[in-house]
Ligand binder design. Structure first.
Ligand code: FES
Ligand SMILES: [Fe+2]
Length: 415
């Protein structure tokens, strides 16, 4: 369990909160590039970190992420006209460029040039810088002097043909998603069939170690032959996971606000395009991707219809949950804990050792940021890592395994 104070510190992401300020030191995904595909296309609404924003691509192809509220009289910029290198509010015609500068105030023709300049200065709109990587628009919402170079996240660096990405909204706090992503024990149960038969494969060793990119969660099983079977998962600050599967996979839990999360799910291959077979498997929605209501980020299997749970399937022993798809199972159970899980009511068990350690590490990182200490993940190349499964002699330090199996360069050399 966690104190109310710590639970608040870890979950709240608004501006000025400890976690909100920590996350604002990193690049955050705002939308897929195709949502603002062409210059002068319609703007879209984006809610991130509790802030209502609009995203547009201007005449010159530059991306602007602006406050949704016009600074004149707070009308929504979503209805704006995207024209001639700026977004124009349709209430009284004020126009803003991608950097948030007010470039036209046509509703006061009676004031002179000097006065116009003054008004424009006063009416600059809040804007955040954007960058496109991996067919995703990312933004940085923190202090300009701390803006890091974009991290070398492997899935963002491969060609589009090597990647398949979807996203959907989870109606719960981001930390429920992240904790689910690093909860090794649930794989046997939530995503399993007949869990009784699977008890023998539950891990018994849990290690969480801080690294230069975030941390690793290593869960181990002792088959009794002098070695340990390790499953090492990487958490890249502040909300990324890389999954060890073929093709590789990744998640990003980007907070929409305190009680909603945009979960990006990605499959990618480092060196070849995804095959029709790869894509057909992912588009069957049995894996990490959820099938959405067309044109929305809402899953077809959702809370309102109890995720289309099939009680006959559940009773059959083939599916522990009776719900189809790993993504749906995760979403259902994480949402069922409430919009922000009340961690003061929990009873953690030995199998939750990693969860407890992750929380302590995150709390320490909040303190480090407040104290002005260096944060993990500021070196772009530190993100060149993959999760891994490996067998190693008992007693081998996990840091050795990280160098050997997790860091992409040294891993390639070892293979
Ligand atoms: S409210 Fe936007 S121009 Fe007046
Ligand atoms: Fe899961």
């Amino acid at each position: 369990m966690l104190s109310q104070k710590d639970n608040e510190a870890l979950t709240r992401v608004g501006a000025g909160t400890p976690m909100g300020e920590l996350m604002r030191r990193y690049w955050i995904p705002a939308a897929f590039s195709h949502q603002v595909a062409k210059p002068d296309c319609p703007p879209i609404r984006v809610k991130l970190m509790g802030e209502n924003l609009v995203l547009f691509r201007d005449t010159n192809g530059r991306l602007g992420l602006l406050d949704e509220r016009c600074p004149h009289r707070t009308a929504s910029m979503f209805y704006g006209r995207n024209e001639e290198a700026g977004l124009r509010c349709v209430y009284h015609g004020l126009k803003f460029d991608v950097d948030g500068n007010c470039v036209d105030v046509p509703c006061v023709p009676q004031v002179g040039d000097k006065q116009q300049q003054k008004i424009r200065k006063q009416l600059a709109i809040k804007s955040y810088p954007c960058i496109e990587r991996g067919d995703v628009v990312w933004t940085y919402m923190g202090p300009a002097e701390h803006k890091p170079a974009f991290p070398e996240l492997e899935w963002t660096m491969v060609p589009s043909s090597h990647r398949f990405a979807t996203r959907h909204i989870q109606e719960c706090n981001w930390l429920q998603g992240l904790e689910g992503g690093f909860d090794a024990t649930h794989l046997t149960f939530l995503h399993g069939g007949d869990a009784e038969k699977s008890r023998s494969i539950v891990a018994t060793i849990y290690e969480v170690l801080p690294t230069d990119f975030g941390f690793v969660v290593a869960t181990g099983r002792d088959p009794g032959n002098g070695s340990i079977m390790w499953n090492i998962n990487v958490m890249l600050m502040p909300f990324h996971k890389v999954i060890s599967s073929i093709p590789h996979a990744a998640h990003v839990w980007a907070p929409i606000d305190d009680e909603n999360t945009m979960l990006y799910s990605v499959n990618f291959h480092p060196s070849r395009p995804l095959t029709d077979e790869d894509l057909a498997r992912e588009k069957s929605f049995r894996g990490i991707h959820t099938e959405n209501i067309p044109g929305t980020d809402h899953a077809i299997r959702n809370k309102a219809n109890d995720y289309l749970i099939d009680r006959v399937l559940q009773a059959s022993g083939q599916s522990y949950t009776g719900m189809r798809g790993l993504g749906t199972q995760d979403c259902a159970i994480q949402e069922s804990m409430g919009p922000i899980a009340d961690r003061t009511r929990e009873h953690l068990l030995a199998s939750d050792a990693a969860i407890g350690k992750i929380r302590r590490l995150l709390l320490q990182t909040l303190k480090d940021r407040a104290a002005g200490k260096p944060l993990p993940g500021m070196r772009p190349e530190s993100y060149r890592v993959r999760s891994a499964r490996c067998e190693a002699p008992k007693g081998q330090p996990i840091m050795d395994l990280i160098d050997r199996h997790v860091r992409v360069e040294t891993r390639a050399a070892a293979e």
